[in-house]
Design a protein around this ligand. Structure first.
Ligand SMILES: C[S@@+](CC[C@H](N)C(=O)[O-])C[C@H]1O[C@@H](n2cnc3c(N)ncnc32)[C@H](O)[C@@H]1O
Length: 432
């Protein structure tokens, strides 16, 4: 097969002339010449290319990826002297954490998943249209998870591409599911392949964090390719508004990532405290069990357990209680773990090469995870400020609580306020 490798000069790159045939399927890590290309020509960082037949690319950077430094991050967030102590939320997303999260999805109270899913079902052809017409080469889904909503989106996009005569070029879009959980990525992608028969989209996966993804996409070699980001499930709102803005900025040209076609975001804007409380602290204890899992995962990271010399019981569940609370000022539900007695442990710090003491006072709140609830106005502000992304279209659930937003670079285009497409069965697909 003829290889179309990215050349360093963007201007001279054939893909830049949009009337020519595109073939980004040559990104496949299984392609030997590309393996060579990645290993030998990329300067920073050099992704570890997996020869995994499932087409997974391991994009973690061993020095900086949160996935590889989770032990150090856990220790420093539990020993910091200023501000609130915390558990890195990534502790919740190992294999066991994912299955505990699935049990939350199965409760009747956890509305965000169902509402977003229903909205996508209803509006999917409208949602897929701007992606199809944005001449995207690469579609990356952040925190892709079980890919069940993805199947819907890709099927609609594939159909759109079939009928999109105005789309320049005839090459396929390459879809990458990015997540931190290897086994989840493998099983979800397998399922996705079974459930879909896509003619215009190839499926791959990226193992790494959001930051790893931003760095991977910013490689000069990928500069000529048009990129669309998909981030569903209200995961962006696990960050504080300022952090979310900063993270989005990493996927823009301000951070060296060229050719961003657009960002599709799924964001929950429900400000009904009672409804949120039930969803995030269900009577069956599903959320509590998931958040408490951070203890087991932290114990594994810090190698603390019954055999440890000092403080082996620090992360024993019986020494902790869960507390969830709605913070109306921050518009987010916050999950904490709180020691029921003073806890002390001595941990070997790999970073500093010495032993470090962890002391947690009785009743001291340790933050685990937050889930923000952002209105369309909030989303617009977060995306404009810093990332410079302008809101082009949005689709909303009944009552306007949940929004799916299509954003593109260029914040100055729409100054006249927000118009929204309601989930009212009306097929209007207004641009504003
Ligand atoms: C709330 S689930 C959403 C899954 C899916 N997008 C959906 O809408 O159903 C969050 C997903 O993000 C992944 N995740 C969490 N933190 C991450 C990080 N820092 N980098 C990459 N993925 C992350 C988790 O493993 C999990 O699969």
């Amino acid at each position: 097969m003829a290889q179309v490798l990215p050349s360093p000069g963007v201007e001279s790159h054939p893909f830049h002339q949009t009337t020519k045939k595109r073939d980004v399927s040559s990104f496949s890590p299984a392609t030997p010449s590309l393996l060579y290309h990645y290993k030998h020509q990329l300067s920073t960082p050099s992704p570890n290319i997996s020869k995994d037949p499932s087409d997974m690319i391991d994009i973690r950077s061993s020095e900086t990826s949160l996935l590889d430094t989770l032990d150090t991050q856990t220790l420093s967030s539990l020993t910091q002297h200023t501000g609130e102590k915390s558990f890195p939320s990534l502790l919740l997303w190992d294999e066991k954490g994912q299955s505990l999260y699935d049990s939350i999805l199965a409760t009747p109270y956890y509305y965000p998943y169902r509402v977003e899913n229903a909205l996508l079902q209803k509006q999917i052809s409208h949602i897929a249209t701007p992606i199809a017409s944005s001449t995207t080469d690469i579609l990356v889904e952040l925190g892709a998870g079980n890919l069940s909503k993805t199947a819907l989106l890709l099927t609609a996009l594939d159909r759109c591409l079939d009928s999109c005569s105005q789309r320049p070029g005839t090459g396929k879009i390459v879809y990458y599911a990015l997540d931190v959980d290897r086994s989840l990525l493998e099983s979800s992608l397998k399922q996705l392949r079974k459930r879909t028969a896509l003619k215009n989209i190839e499926l791959r996966s990226l193992l790494g964090t959001y930051e790893d993804g931003a760095r991977w996409l910013s490689q000069p070699d990928l500069a000529p390719y048009r990129k669309t980001m998909v981030w569903l499930g209200n995961s962006i709102a696990n960050f504080e508004k300022e952090e979310a803005s900063a993270l989005l900025t990493k996927f823009t040209s301000q951070n060296g990532m060229q050719n961003l076609a657009g960002f599709l975001l799924g964001v929950d804007g429900c400000l009904d405290e009672e409804k949120v409380e039930k969803a995030y602290n269900a009577p069956g204890g599903e959320n509590r069990r998931w958040v408490l899992h951070a203890l087991e995962a932290a114990g594994e990271q810090l190698e603390l357990g019954p055999d440890s010399l000092e403080g082996g019981d620090m992360f024993d569940e019986k020494n902790w209680r869960f507390e969830g609370r709605w913070d109306s000022e921050r518009q987010r539900y916050e999950n904490y773990l709180i020691p029921v007695k003073k806890l002390e442990a001595v941990v070997h710090s790999k970073e500093e090469g010495e032993k470090k003491k962890v002391v947690l006072e009785e009743g001291e709140k340790v933050f685990v995870l937050g889930s923000g609830k952002w209105t369309a106005r909030d989303v617009q502000t977060i995306c404009e400020k810093g990332p410079g992304l302008g809101l082009r279209r949005s689709w909303h659930s009944e009552g306007d609580d949940y929004g799916v937003y299509w954003l593109q670079p260029g914040k100055k285009r729409f100054d006249s306020g927000i118009e929204m497409d309601d989930d009212d069965g009306d097929d209007d697909d207004d641009e504003f």
